[in-house]
Design a protein around this ligand. Structure first.
Ligand code: KMH
Ligand code: ZN
Length: 303
């Protein structure tokens, strides 16, 4: 099969808050509607978090996930990818509860523990709709976004071996690639790996072309041909760096989890807006977009 580009859309995440954009989906209806529209626009993987329907605060409650997952599954054939990272304020058991219940084809898996700075998103003079928003941002100054080696092994066993789920391995820095290699060498993860190069999170590697090239060089050295990569970049570096990733032979992740804009200063009005933007760029470069079933084949998912 010709090398096609998989578009993942990360629909809401747990980084941005409702005051930052009126277009951030927070209720189950909004998450379902935006996820379905993103799939219709060309996203073959939907990376999903949940939010408290009352106030938009990130939640790991499986009952909330179950208010939008069946709807998305019924309306699209996109690959469902549930976050196991949740937010740095959730315990590991909380973070895994929804995925263990839904047993999706794919889950994210953060390849290490790190500082994860979202507090710079609190701009001076910002007007907040909810008290919890600046509080959550501030709380990330003193918490660790945690996945110890034991946590990673636990996730691989409970979701990977237990449910047949495969992973989007989130690598926020070069060291995470070496951690992934450790699990690969032990036979706990199997190719073709799907590695997400995460660029531009405060606490991880910066979002610039050199760093992307370096992540790819190290991944080539460690995994040879037994992996596929995708690129996500936080904030306004999103479109330029994911485009570069696709030109380098990789896949792309968009979505309001990673950036609220379509570029400098222009809010994206939906997740589908970002899918359409990257799709237009890729097609103009004569790159073809993978369907969900093509993504399943490329990544050896259970289907
Ligand atoms: N927030 C992203 C940078 C997860 O949900 O497990 C990474 C992410 C992690 O999507
Ligand atoms: Zn996520």
């Amino acid at each position: 099969m010709k090398n096609k580009v998989i578009i993942t859309c990360a629909v809401t995440g747990s980084v941005h808050t409702p005051s930052m954009s009126p277009y951030l989906p927070v209720t189950p209806d909004q998450i379902a509607e935006q996820a379905i529209a993103a799939a219709e626009a060309g996203a073959s993987i939907l990376h999903l978090h949940a939010r408290n329907p009352a106030d938009g605060r990130p939640t790991a409650d499986p009952n909330v996930f179950m208010q939008f997952l069946p709807r998305i599954r019924q309306a699209t054939d996109a690959v469902i990818n549930i976050s196991t990272g949740g937010s740095s304020l959730m315990t590991l058991d909380e973070r895994l509860a929804a995925a263990l219940q839904a047993q999706p084809e794919m889950c994210s898996l953060n390849m290490g523990s790190m500082n994860f700075g979202i507090f710079p998103l609190a701009k001076p003079g910002m007007e907040w709709q909810h008290e919890w928003e600046p509080q959550l941002l501030e709380a990330t100054r003193g918490t660790i976004f945690k996945n110890t080696f034991a946590d990673i092994e636990d996730i691989l066993k409970r979701l990977g071996e237990g449910c047949g789920t495969r992973f989007e391995f989130e690598c926020y820095d070069v060291g995470h690639l070496y951690s992934l290699k450790h699990f690969y060498d032990r036979g706990l993860v199997k190719g073709p790996l799907f590695i997400q190069f995460v660029l531009g999170i405060l606490g991880g590697i910066g979002a610039d072309p050199d760093n992307l090239g370096h992540m790819k060089r190290i991944a080539d050295k460690l995994f040879g041909g037994d992996y596929r990569f995708s690129v996500l970049a936080a904030g306004r570096q999103q479109m330029p760096l994911i485009t570069m990733g696709a030109v380098m032979g990789g896949n792309v992740r968009v979505g309001l989890e990673d950036s609220l804009t379509l570029g400098r200063g222009e809010l994206a009005k939906s997740n589908a807006d970002q899918v359409i933007r990257i799709r237009t760029i890729l097609e103009a470069l004569s790159l073809e977009i993978a369907t969900p079933d093509e993504a399943r084949t490329m990544l050896a998912l259970k289907g």
